[in-house]
Design a protein around this ligand. Structure first.
Ligand SMILES: NC(=O)c1ccc[n+]([C@@H]2O[C@H](COP(=O)([O-])OP(=O)(O)OC[C@H]3O[C@@H](n4cnc5c(N)ncnc54)[C@H](O)[C@@H]3O)[C@@H](O)[C@H]2O)c1
Length: 352
């Protein structure tokens, strides 16, 4: 039986937390398909205000990340995507912006999107992640056709099997994963009580242009660009399901369009984990001189691996095309083009 896809063209979509790494890449992709996409973002968390405030004066990465975030904002402006600078913790202000836009789809990304930072600051992690989610859900009742929530592979905790399906037990370690489980339950409850159709997406280990979240691949490349050391946590044998941003944005487009995505939870990754040592091998092809050092790993990081994307493929047709051998060279190319003269890299600092 052929399923009729909902066209992206003219679909009114709001991305809350949309000026972040995933959000701006997704907004650009959706806009290029003709969607009427608008962004709500406070720019405070892991974004422009965090790196330009007086508190960030001593942050060694400040110059680089302000340049990267400005590139995001410029691309959004060029694409004609409205950015509503609004803190989504403010229920009434969020209500006002949403009723002006009247979206058919809401994609909720706002959060403190980093496990280490969440453990250091649980109070504001709760507010930026769960308070914003509750505000968005409450403003969606009876109005919004589809609510999409970005959860995480961290809901599983340590993977009990080499490959995990969506039915794997949820046993998170630490604040970030615990709040993601709570967020999933809230989204499901809004469907049960108010009939709000949802899709929950669990990505993992994303990478790609214009990220400032300091995940492993990004730290390696930035360090190598400055002639620094690649510091590997543990022995490098640990595996992650590295996912190129374009595979995720393609997957989310499919979720918006396909009726089978409603009221489902999906893993959304490349679908095959690779070791940190494999990743270092690829990075060394581009930076052969970069020295490698092994350091102690963070015990609060769960041991992960492959997330099965079989359900996603079976239900809506998902075909990722970027293993790390293809995705990382594209990512490195973007870094090298950020300042072709190389002068900027000589002048700035980055932390190792
Ligand atoms: N990047 C990954 O590898 C990854 C993996 C799994 C899940 N996720 C989830 O995907 C979502 C997006 O991740 P990202 O990598 O784009 O993170 P990001 O930090 O780049 O973006 C988050 C955005 O949310 C905004 N925000 C935070 N609090 C806000 C508030 N109170 N009001 C308005 N805006 C607010 C920030 O300003 C920022 O632009 C997060 O929920 C994250 O937990 C990310």
């Amino acid at each position: 039986m052929t399923v009729e896809l909902i066209p992206l063209k003219d679909r009114r979509i709001v991305i809350i937390g949309g000026a972040g790494f995933i959000g701006h890449n997704l907004a650009l992709a959706l806009k290029s398909k003709g969607a009427q996409v608008e962004i709500i973002d406070g720019l405070q968390v892991n974004n422009l205000l965090a790196y330009t405030s007086a508190d960030a004066a001593d942050n060694p990465n400040r110059d680089l990340y302000v340049k990267v975030i400005n590139q995001r904002l410029e691309l959004l402006r060029e694409a004609g995507i409205p950015l509503h600078v609004q803190d989504a913790r403010d229920y009434h202000a969020l209500s006002r912006v949403l009723s002006q836009i009247n979206p058919q789809v809401i994609i909720h990304l706002a959060a403190i999107s980093h496990a280490g930072k969440s453990n250091k600051d649980p109070y504001s992690t709760f507010d930026h992640s769960l308070r914003t989610l509750e505000n968005a859900l409450d403003n969606s009742r009876k109005k919004v056709e589809h609510f999409i929530y970005l959860s995480s592979s961290m809901v599983y905790g340590n993977f009990l099997t080499e490959e995990v399906e969506e039915t794997h037990p949820l046993d998170p370690i630490g604040i970030y994963g615990a709040l993601k489980v709570a967020g999933e339950k809230m989204v499901i409850a809004y469907q049960q009580v108010f009939d709000l159709p949802y899709t929950i997406i669990r990505p993992s280990a994303l990478y790609g242009p214009r990220c400032v979240s300091r995940r492993v691949g990004q730290i390696f490349i930035e360090s190598a660009m400055k002639g620094g050391v690649l510091k590997i946590d543990g022995d490098g044998g640990e595996k992650l399901d590295f996912t190129y941003i374009e595979d995720l944005t393609n997957g989310i487009e499919r979720v918006i369009q396909h009726p089978n995505s409603r009221n489902q939870i999906f893993n959304m990754t490349y679908g095959k984990s690779r070791s940190i040592n494999d990743l270092v091998g690829i990075i060394k092809e581009h930076f052969p001189e970069a020295p490698v050092e092994f350091v102690q790993r963070d015990n609060l990081m769960p041991f992960r691996g492959t997330l099965s994307v079989k359900k996603l493929d079976d239900l809506i047709g998902y075909k990722p095309t970027n293993p790390i051998d293809i995705g990382f060279p594209k990512y490195i190319k973007w870094y090298k083009e950020l300042d072709p003269s190389g002068k900027f890299w000589m002048d700035i600092k980055v932390s190792g």
